[in-house]
Write a protein that binds this ligand. Structure first.
Ligand code: MN
Length: 216
């Protein structure tokens, strides 16, 4: 009989299971997070042509690239935050790869984010979702859908005098998801916290509380 892996790979090959690419395509203008000026800054994506089927390499095309770890579609390991810096296996080269694959719960906050750019994923929003779909289970990813990835250029960061304005989870929501023992949390915005997330207690609760609990 076919193993689970046979069934999965055949379903992908036949198109019965559709693979969706959720990643952004990077270019030098791709928006990167901007911190207050007293802090170190994330560099923009850079791409330099090495050769393009020419005198520098007649049959091949390639580039040197560089970027900040926090550019575009990226993964925050627990070591990224001070609260997770001493946890075991807290970095991308030590996290067992099998831990990255798990079922995902998608909480659709797109209507709320369209109406309010500072929309908060709250305990109420999570509990509404759970009434419909059942309690979020341990070891699952939780993805906050906002449709923010449809924005381009300056609209994506949405910077004002007082910093970025974009949706994210509030501290009680993060605490509830830690209590649910989720695997990790994903967003469409430039980081996992709201643009104004530094005003929460603790500041940037998704980073502080998730990474402190060993969540991704
Ligand atoms: Mn981060």
């Amino acid at each position: 009989g076919a193993t689970a892996l046979d069934a999965m790979s055949l379903a992908i090959a036949s198109g019965a299971v559709r693979i969706v690419d959720l990643t952004h395509t990077l270019d030098p203008d791709f928006p990167v997070i901007i911190l207050p000026p007293e802090f170190g800054q994330c560099a923009r994506f850079r791409m330099e042509e090495v050769s393009a089927y020419d005198g520098r390499g007649p049959a091949w095309k390639w580039h040197n690239i560089s970027c900040c770890e926090h550019t575009g579609t990226h993964f925050d390991a627990p070591i990224h935050w001070i609260s997770g810096r001493d946890l075991p296996n807290n970095a991308v080269d030590t996290i067992p790869v099998e831990r990255l694959v798990a079922p995902a719960c998608v909480i659709d906050c797109s209507a709320g984010a369209a109406a309010n750019e500072d929309f908060e994923l709250s305990v109420d929003v999570i509990e509404d979702w759970e009434r419909e779909h059942g309690q979020i289970r341990a070891g699952h990813w939780v993805l906050m859908r906002t449709d923010w990835s449809k924005r381009h250029g300056a609209e994506y960061l949405n910077m004002r005098e007082d910093g970025a304005h974009s949706p994210g989870p509030n501290p009680d929501a993060v605490r509830l998801l830690v209590e649910r023992d989720i695997l990790g949390f994903g967003t469409e915005t430039v980081g996992t916290d709201a643009g104004q997330g530094f005003h929460f207690t603790p500041p940037n609760p998704a980073h502080y509380l998730f990474h402190g609990a060993g969540k991704y």
